[in-house]
Ligand binder design. Structure first.
Ligand code: ZN
Length: 249
């Protein structure tokens, strides 16, 4: 029986029977996993109320399988992230971040860079309001770390430089030059300035969320790209979107 432990962020818990929990978590070393916590609601020593959504814990588990789930052994608190519950918008965006990771990452594969970015995202929301910029950065960076970043600095089909003020964008590929845009079926037109802003925001370290302020046009145009792009890659639609005033990513 292999025993593992890793810093982990709790994504979801499901009550099972009188005292057990089924836990979906994202670990630094092994990625997205699901485990069974026997007697978790009674065991103060092993779990002690530390298996809370959005909390970061040091989690230990063994690979003894129970219905396809790992066996969780104990959890030690790292960050409870109580500050995320101060405001519905903050909690919804934090939950959306976790749901996006779950919907984009394959189970059981490590994604250490995504773990680090998610830690920074939750840490940022502990202190700052939920802003459209933070949501955009989260989506863009997650897509990029999963290998799904759209091409923003040149034509995604022929590599030609972008020179026109308005650029058509193909989903999921990215920007199109005027020639390639003629044959595109679902091009969305946005300004070259918006593409430049998104491109530059991907050059900043992925743990930095503070200090971004985009104009109204940039935010609207970025949504025009990010909404269908995120939807294209997700394995399921995040429930938190309903609380964000939209039923679509
Ligand atoms: Zn082209």
């Amino acid at each position: 029986m292999l025993r593992c432990s890793s810093p982990s962020i709790i994504f979801r818990i499901l009550f099972y029977g009188e005292a057990d929990l089924i836990v979906t978590f994202f670990s630094q070393d092994a990625g997205l996993l699901r485990g069974f916590a026997h007697n978790a609601r009674r065991s103060r020593r092993r779990f002690g109320g530390r298996l809370e959504p959005l909390a970061e814990v040091d989690l230990a588990w063994s690979d003894a399988s129970r219905g396809g789930l790992l066996t969780l052994q104990e959890a030690q608190m790292r960050f409870l992230h109580l500050g995320l519950r101060r405001d519905l918008e903050v909690m919804t965006l934090a939950s959306y971040g976790c749901e996006l990771v779950e919907a984009l990452c394959a189970e059981g594969e490590p994604y250490p860079e995504i773990f680090t970015m998610l830690q920074a995202f939750l840490g940022h929301l502990e202190q700052f309001p939920a802003s459209p910029e933070v949501r955009l950065l989260l989506e863009l960076r997650l897509l990029s770390l999963c290998g799904y970043a759209p091409r923003l600095s040149a034509c995604c089909r022929c590599g030609a430089p972008l020179t026109a003020e308005t650029v058509h964008v193909d989903i999921p590929g990215g920007a199109l030059c005027p020639f390639c845009a003629k044959s595109a079926l679902k091009g969305r037109a946005v300004s070259l300035v918006t593409l430049g802003t998104l491109f530059r925001s991907l050059q900043v370290p992925f743990t930095v969320f503070d200090g971004f302020h985009f104009g109204t046009q940039t935010l609207q145009e970025a949504r025009l790209i990010l909404t269908p792009l995120v939807r294209h890659h997700l394995r399921f639609v995040p429930k938190s979107l309903a609380l964000m005033g939209t039923s679509e990513p």
